[in-house]
Design a protein around this ligand. Structure first.
Ligand SMILES: *Cc1c(COP(=O)(O)O)cnc(C)c1O
Length: 362
């Protein structure tokens, strides 16, 4: 069986992580300690941003970014309906209203022309999602946000290391959220997340807000939440960060191999903007008879899966935020299928997958 994702690590890295976790256990220091502060510095350097604040999850990273920027009750936040539902969970948890915009049919990321139609006086922010590791058109997002005086919180939860003209995503907006959910390109061994920003004041607020709003011992000046990246996860992530670029390059090479070998079939692929580099958190294809292909692959022992099955506004929790049909989104959710892609996928297995797909189209 070829799985969709495999979290296997090299033996030496596994040993290294066990040793580092052992050190944390021996230190008896588990929350807001030197491991976290070190990893925050390492991550900030890797992304090329001034401040990184470790939090409990990617969802909390989005929540805290919005809150630190003063966005909450009564405010509207533009985003997409083709994303992890947790993007919208964060907006709703902050008391704001998600406003769903359609996606560009080539990049499958936010269509600023549609955002332009949906903005009003209550709109305070935009959350562009770098879907499947593919950078959004940040030039358009920045121009749009500046003109309309709204904030940008990048959802970079699937895009650690993705870049536009050599600049990493997560550095373009007022703040950005990363997730370390185990299956992400950089994954913890549990939950974890990070907010990054170049703004010192915002970073200062984030540090207060992730710690319950506490400004001095037992004195809570702000309404915060309790969400910190713990020392064990920070130690795991520090060890894994050193391999992120290598893993991303492997993903890019494999994606290139899929693209070379599947061209000419009745399949479409997510377009990457000129000068941009996707980190292929998922390798997703667009096919007319998606369900049949999924079944066909399954019969050959190949797992594929649907990301994402529904526009967010189809779901009970978000239905009330629906603002009409989003044609590109509704079409795409019927045709998207993710194929196996992860750094340890062997060339032999990738060839098997390609062969099986070619057979399907014969
Ligand atoms: C994973 C993910 C999230 C949520 O991250 P968690 O760490 O699971 O809370 C949010 N947005 C996107 C696009 C994601 O992929």
């Amino acid at each position: 069986m070829i799985p969709l994702v495999d979290l296997e690590l090299s033996k030496s890295l596994n040993e290294k992580i066990k040793k580092e976790v052992g050190k944390v256990i021996d230190s008896k220091n588990f929350i807001l300690g030197e491991r976290l502060y070190l990893f925050e510095k390492e991550f900030a350097t890797h992304i090329g941003v001034k401040h990184a604040v470790g939090v409990g999850s990617g969802t909390d990273a989005l929540r805290l970014a919005l809150r630190a920027l003063g966005i909450g009750h009564g405010d509207k936040v533009l985003t997409v309906a083709l994303t992890s539902p947790f993007t919208a969970v964060a907006i709703v948890e902050e008391g704001a209203t998600p406003v769903f915009c359609d996606i560009d049919q080539d990049t499958w990321t936010i269509d600023i022309n549609d955002a332009l139609k949906k903005i009003d006086k209550r709109t305070k922010a935009i959350i562009p999602v770098h879907l499947f590791g593919n950078p959004c058109d940040m030039k358009s997002v920045l121009k749009f946000a500046k003109k309309n005086k709204i904030r940008i919180v990048e959802d970079a939860c699937q895009a650690h290391g993705a870049s536009i003209s050599g600049i990493h995503v997560g550095t373009f907006g007022d703040a950005a959220a990363f997730s370390f959910y185990p299956t992400k390109n950089l994954g913890a061994m549990g939950d974890g997340g990070m907010v990054v920003t170049n703004n010192k004041t915002v970073a200062h607020m984030l540090r207060i807000l992730r710690h319950g709003g506490q400004t001095k011992r037992f004195w809570h000046k702000y309404r915060g939440i309790n969400s910190r990246l713990d020392e064990i996860q920070a130690a795991v992530l520090s060890a894994k960060l050193k391999f992120l670029s290598t893993w991303n390059r492997k993903r890019q090479k494999m994606a290139g191999y899929y693209l070379d070998n599947l061209s000419g079939l009745s399949m479409e692929f997510q377009q990457v903007l000129k000068g941009a580099h996707s980190v292929y958190h998922l390798f997703v294809t667009r096919v007319e008879n998606r369900d049949k292909l999924k079944e066909h692959l399954s019969k050959s022992g190949i797992v594929s899966d649907i990301y994402y099955s529904y526009p967010l506004y189809f779901q009970d929790a978000f239905r009330k935020y629906s603002n009409g049909k989003l044609p590109n989104t509704e079409k795409l959710v019927q045709q998207l299928l993710a194929l196996p892609l992860y750094p340890t996928l062997s060339g032999r297995n990738q060839d098997k997958i390609i062969l099986s797909i070619k057979k399907f189209f014969k």
